[in-house]
Each structure stands twice: as structure tokens, then as C-alpha cells.
Design a protein around this ligand. Structure first.
Ligand SMILES: Nc1ncnc2c1ncn2[C@@H]1O[C@H](COP(=O)(O)OP(=O)(O)O)[C@@H](O)[C@H]1O
Ligand SMILES: [Mg+2]
Length: 207
């Protein structure tokens, strides 16, 4: 089968392909001409490994992510389930009010679950969430890491806050619904995380 390019980013390209009879996505990290070849290989391998590990762990703790079929560290390819759903970014604004609210709470609940296990997604935007068969999936853990730090968890949420302000600005209550879901499910002290978000907002204002 010929592979179809779904998306081409700065670091990776997303190809539609097949694997053992299934339609899959290959996330392929691209080499950078400006990086020394050997160092580039190592960088690509370690980022691919990290992303696959975070995806696998997220699945174990009950956050939906694409199923991984294969990881090729040498070539920097993760072969995963193709989610033939809708990016949350594309549908959130056209959903009914109740459904939108429910999804936002679900987003918060899923982030809390990740944070309960010290998983930082690193790029929580509505482009990196897919709704598939009424289930919310997170993709793109390429900037993720593991940490117990409150500050990093707050930054994780703040990225989403800014994404909501730019992409879904007419629905200002959405992010509050996210925080509601988060507060109900985060097992640490959610108030500390929320205060830290306030600090980040304040610092941003006086920058
Ligand atoms: N498993 C998947 N199923 C369906 N679409 C996907 C999948 N993985 C990625 N995509 C699509 O490709 C885009 C880019 O993938 P992503 O992993 O976010 O790459 P990048 O790190 O370059 O942002 C996503 O926004 C989504 O539209
Ligand atoms: Mg992305």
C-alpha cells in the first residue's frame, strides 16, 4: 500500500499506512540537516522511546491513547492505531452546550489521571485530542515527561488554558469545566496546582 501523508510537522510526519492488515498511523521523526548525524540518531531514538513509554503508561492508568503496534527506535517510527475520529479542536465549537461541557470535564479528568501518576503530557491542546467512538483520546506525547513537580503540572494545564483562549475563545466557561473535572479527580492538592496556574498567569502579565 502506498503511504499517505496525513500531516507534516517540524519534528515528525504522520503517515497513514497498514500493518498486519490494519489501518495504522506511522509517526516518523524526521532527521534534521543541521544536527550531526550521530547525535541526531540518538536524539530521535530517545524521543521516540520516551513518547512510546508515556503512551504505554497512560494506557495502563486508564487514559485512552492509540494502541502501539511497533516502535522502531533506529528510524524513529511509532506505528500505532489510526483513530478515525474528530480532533477536539475541530468539533468543540460546533457541539451542543451539554456535550461540550461533558467533554471539557472529561479532558480535566484525564489530565488529573495523568498527573496522579506524574505524567506530564507537555502539549495539551485540543489538536492533540481525538474523539473516537465517543471516547476522548490523547495523542502526541512527544514533549512529555515524568515529574512530581507541581509547577510542571500547572504549566501543563496553563498550555491548555491558552489554547482555549485562542481557539475556543467564545466558550470561556470551557476551561472552568476542565478545571472542575481536574479538581474532582486529582489526588494531590488541586488547590496548590490552581494557585500555581494563577502565579503563572500573573508572571505572564508582568513579563
Ligand atoms: N493515531 C492517530 N490517529 C489519527 N490521527 C492522528 C494520529 N496521530 C496523529 N494524528 C494526526 O496527526 C496530527 C499530528 O500528530 P502529532 O502526534 O500531534 O504530531 P506533532 O508532534 O507534529 O504535533 C494530529 O494533530 C492528528 O490530526
Ligand atoms: Mg501535535
Amino acid at each position: 500500500m502506498t503511504k499517505k501523508i496525513l500531516y507534516r510537522g517540524a519534528e515528525a510526519e504522520i503517515l497513514l499506512s497498514t500493518y498486519m492488515g490494519r489501518t495504522v498511523v506511522e509517526k516518523r521523526r524526521v532527521q534534521k540537516a543541521y544536527r550531526i548525524k550521530e547525535i541526531d540518531r540518538q536524539l530521535i531514538a530517545s524521543r521516540t522511546r520516551e513518547e512510546a513509554k508515556l503512551m504505554a503508561e497512560s494506557r495502563r492508568i486508564g487514559v485512552s491513547v492509540p494502541l502501539i503496534y511497533d516502535v522502531d527506535l533506529f528510524n524513529g517510527i511509532i506505528t500505532m492505531e489510526y483513530l478515525a475520529g474528530d480532533r477536539v479542536k475541530d468539533i468543540l465549537n460546533i457541539l451542543g452546550k451539554q456535550k461540550r461541557k461533558r467533554i471539557c470535564q472529561k479532558i480535566g479528568e484525564s489530565i488529573a489521571r495523568l498527573h496522579n501518576h506524574d505524567i506530564i503530557h507537555g502539549d495539551i491542546t485540543t489538536s492533540n485530542m481525538i474523539l473516537f467512538y465517543d471516547r476522548l483520546y490523547f495523542i502526541d506525547f512527544g514533549l512529555g515527561c515524568k515529574t512530581i513537580e507541581i509547577e510542571t503540572k500547572a504549566v501543563d494545564l496553563h498550555v491548555l488554558m491558552e489554547a482555549f483562549e485562542s481557539t475556543h475563545s467564545q466558550y470561556s466557561s470551557c476551561f472552568n469545566n476542565v478545571l472542575d473535572g481536574y479538581k474532582k479527580n486529582y489526588r494531590g492538592d488541586p488547590v496548590r496546582v490552581l494557585h500555581t496556574i494563577d502565579d503563572i498567569i500573573r508572571r505572564g502579565r508582568y513579563r
